[in-house]
Design a protein around this ligand. Sequence first.
Ligand code: ATP
Length: 289
Amino acid sequence: MGQGTEFGLVDLEEVETPGDEWEEIDVSETEADRIARKRDREFEQFEERIKDADQFKVEQSVFDDATLAALYKLVQDGYVEAFGGPLSTGKEANVYHALGDDRDVAVKIYRINASNFRQMRDYLEGDPRFEGLGGKKKDVVLAWTKKELANLERARAAGVRVPEPIATERNVLVMEYIGDDEGRAKRLGEVHIENPQTAYEVMREYMRRLYSAGIIHGDLSEYNVVFDEGQLVIIDVGQAVTVHHPNSRTFLERDCRNVASFFSRQGLETSEEELLEFVTSPEPDPSRD
Ligand SMILES: Nc1ncnc2c1ncn2[C@@H]1O[C@H](COP(=O)(O)OP(=O)(O)OP(=O)(O)O)[C@@H](O)[C@H]1O
């Protein structure tokens, strides 16, 4: 378990135990009423504990009642057992370290009131998985959360190392925690790379696999790639678009520009054009010689 953040501040098991006061419930209530009241009461206790917990005070606005209900559901379903501290507080989401069923997890909570939801809406355009999505803020953010899970699944199926997606509930995504006892894994831009040539080759192969699987990251740079046990892991695939997106080519070119520029600064001879050529050329078929 990571020691960078502490667990146990919100001991979620405690909220599940109804107190003696449950005996006092009006006997004229039906069993269904009684169960519903018990559930409401447990949820209220959960809400109070979450609101009081230090690690959630950083950004109260994330936790509207519906978000708390989503967190509660994830707890009830066994995906989260205890929350640790924030790993990141960003523009559109906060990411928390948490304890899952049998391992550490990262819990990404998107803001329903994301200030850039129009931009989010634009990124969903042309995506056949989200056809017919209206312009309502809430619907856009919920679709976005599902999109991140779907993109993680697709990337994994294509052989790209990304955090394993575990569950989504409304605007909350639970995924594999990438890090160790020292804390979250370091970004590419935060470490000294011993062998930039190998890192570049892995990176461009990941980009080609994503492209072959019909997705383009759209925000790829040294900030969204981390090092975990000697492996590169691509994160933040929420904004990744399918090749059907009207601006997919522009996004791909920008990704190639960012990645090529980073590795050029590491001393490699590469360029946006060369990387683009590699990423968009089909993988050689090993069965054909
Ligand atoms: N699965 C994970 N395991 C460990 N840390 C993670 C994980 N996902 C995200 N993080 C941490 O949280 C940070 C923000 O995550 P991410 O980029 O997905 O969110 P974001 O809100 O889009 O961020 P930004 O606004 O900075 O782009 C990452 O840079 C990383 O440090």
